[in-house]
Design a protein around this ligand. Structure first.
Ligand SMILES: [Fe+2]
Length: 159
């Protein structure tokens, strides 16, 4: 789709490459909110309330990240795709596969593994965006900092 606008100092090809990277991050940020809510609803067993209540602030943060990423895409002249179909179409990472009620340890281990890919993919996006658009890179740098902190929270329950 043709860009609505090209920001001063960027050209169309560079903008399109940056937008494609940001769209992939947007889809994972949106999916992460769904995965975290799924865990919030289904986690059970020891430390239930601690884990249940730890997850909601993470949902709020990843949704705010998705909003920021989507608005960066629009700022660059692109069209963010926030539909559910776009999440599955853009998924380049392993899907979260814990189903139904399961213990805190099982959910935390699965979430830590999910965050491993989320963080690594954000860091890969940062490296690529550094050569394209440092403003977009800076946005994802802020996001990954929050994800790394949340992964530390989760690891700390298992120590
Ligand atoms: Fe809730």
């Amino acid at each position: 789709m043709a860009l609505a606008f090209i920001v001063p100092g960027l050209d169309e090809a560079v903008s399109e490459k940056a937008i494609a990277i940001l769209q992939n991050r947007l889809s994972q940020e949106q999916e992460a909110a769904l995965v975290l809510k799924h865990a919030h609803w289904n986690v059970t067993g020891p430390n239930f309330i601690a884990v249940h209540e730890m997850l909601d602030p993470q949902v709020e943060v990843v949704l705010a990240q998705a909003d920021e990423t989507a608005e960066r895409i629009a700022t660059l002249g692109g069209t963010p795709d926030g539909r559910a179909d776009a999440i599955t179409r853009n998924r380049t990472w392993k899907a979260f596969d814990v189903e139904g009620r399961a213990g805190t340890e099982e959910y935390l281990k699965a979430l830590i593994e999910y965050y491993d890919a989320f963080i690594a993919d954000d860091r890969k996006a940062i490296a690529e965006l550094d050569d394209l658009d440092v403003i977009s890179s800076n946005i994802i740098q802020d996001h990954v900092q929050e994800l790394e902190k949340f992964q530390w929270f989760m690891r700390s329950h298992l120590a």
